[in-house]
Design a protein around this ligand. Sequence first.
Ligand code: MLT
Length: 241
Amino acid sequence: VYHTPELTPISSVPDCAIAIDVLRATTTMVTALGAGAEAIQVFSDLDKLMLVSEDWPAEKRLRAGERGGAMVAGCDLGNSPLDCTPEVVKGKRLFITTTNGTRALQRIEAAPMVLAAAMINRAAVVEYLVSQSPETVWMVGSGWEGSFSLEDTVCAGAIVDLLLDKLNCTLEELAGNDEVISAVSLYRQWQNNLLQLFHHASHGQRLLRLNCHEDLKYCSQIDISAVLPMQKEPGVLGIRD
Ligand code: MLT
């Protein structure tokens, strides 16, 4: 588990890399693909997003931009999963830039298998890992501007907790992996009260100040979506076939 894109090594790549941005980028991506978006194209840079999306037919694209939790002026959407209804996103490509989540995805785009995880699709991620058995798996929390975040760490812990269960393993077998043990412990402590944990989290507090109570509620649900976003080409995610 790496807690931010900045802490994620660039000198090597794992067999599988998983980006986590529970509040809210990866939750939004799962929701948009589940609602019929054609694909999600991620950018860390807003100007580049605007330029590249120009080449896409206007009626088939949506530009989503978030900075500091708020929608970027000039975009069609911000980064709320609740805006990604079938009426809005079906058949469209989402060109998206967010403060941290899209940077996490870009940091790991060289891995042969890149997935996007959130609490809402945790079981779908685990099921795929069990079926593919990659030898090395990195989970990259997006954090906030280089800092640790509770919500991404608890999601990494939720993934490992279910994985241990499916593989009939115990936490003791992960001795020596301090990041994973602390993430699983955090999840076990808060699994029945994730919404409250998100209220304590620094980005949760930022979103509450922006009146995004419903977003926190939605993002704190576990295993409600079977959608697994997977990188199809560098920077472009679609639903796993
Ligand atoms: C991010 O990328 O930092 C987030 O997804 C921020 C948000 O919109 O909540």
